[in-house]
Design a protein around this ligand. Structure first.
Ligand code: SAM
Length: 247
């Protein structure tokens, strides 16, 4: 069973994307969208793609400035939730406190100032590694915490330029967790030693993307907190890198 299809993860991700912040760490999907907007200053903002969009917060946030934003995720449960939130303007989820105890919480797009942006977004299930031909000519592609969930990140990175317009922007964030249940060791692009030299995932990204992209700025840390229960939280520091298609 794909963990991203479970009710447990659905509740956690609705809370992560639309709920409260913890330990002074700001909303990660909204922060990522903000960085994308800064990178797109003065550039065309017709179409954006949020790959591995989960329950959609970054997609909605990008809808504030892009004419059209598509959120794609492998999880039907996440995409259905994002779509229902767009359609109904609100959605409920269970925020677990301990065991079976918890509270039902309502997310409202209106309260988040996202009701207008929602008119510009759509959500669809899909595999980032096997996108249909309709996914092309984007001005921005954002892949948040996706590459370390892919079976073959190198294949994905080697092909993604085809989905961007000339001069289009690619933004990748990831904590590079490298778990074999998602990415077999043979497909890692970094996170190991070769010939006595350390090769990081960022080294791997630079090598693969250099064929079609220029790196736009030094990578930056973007922290996030996912609440599991009242007493258990995951505190992670993702690294965000930004690239412009030049070839
Ligand atoms: C760690 S979550 C990150 C979600 C979101 N971008 C965020 O930062 O909150 C990874 C997401 O990628 C999705 N995913 C995993 N493999 C995928 C694939 N091949 N194509 C599209 N989405 C995928 C999962 O369903 C999940 O929603």
């Amino acid at each position: 069973m794909n963990v991203y299809e479970t009710d447990e993860l659905l509740g956690q991700y609705l809370g992560f994307h639309f709920g409260e912040s913890y330990f002074g760490v700001g909303n990660y999907p909204a922060r990522c969208a903000g960085i994308c907007q800064e990178l797109m200053a003065g550039r065309d903002k017709r179409k954006a793609l949020d790959l591995g969009c989960a329950v959609g917060r970054t997609t909605f946030e990008l809808g504030r400035v892009f004419e059209q934003v598509v959120g794609v995720d492998l999880s039907k449960s996440f995409v259905d939730a994002a779509h229902n939130l767009k359609q109904d303007g609100e959605i409920d989820y269970f925020r677990r406190d301990e065991g079976e105890l918890g509270t039902r919480v309502t997310v409202s797009l209106d309260e988040l100032g996202l009701a207008r942006a929602a008119e510009r977004v759509s959500f669809t299930t899909g595999d980032a590694c096997q996108l249909g031909e309709e996914h092309r000519d984007y001005d921005l592609i954002f892949a948040g915490n996706l590459i370390d969930r892919l079976q073959d990140p190198g294949l994905f990175l080697g092909d993604i330029h085809r989905r961007l317009a000339d001069g289009g922007t690619l933004v990748i964030s990831s904590p590079y967790t490298l778990m074999e249940e998602f990415t077999p060791r043979a497909n890692w692009i970094g996170g190991f030693e070769r010939n006595g030299q350390q090769r990081t995932v960022l080294d791997g990204l630079r090598e693969v993307l250099s064929h079609h992209f220029e790196e736009l700025q030094p990578p930056q840390d973007v922290p996030f907190v996912i609440r599991e229960t009242r007493r258990k939280f995951q505190h992670t520091i993702a690294e965000l890198s930004a690239w412009r298609r030049v070839r």
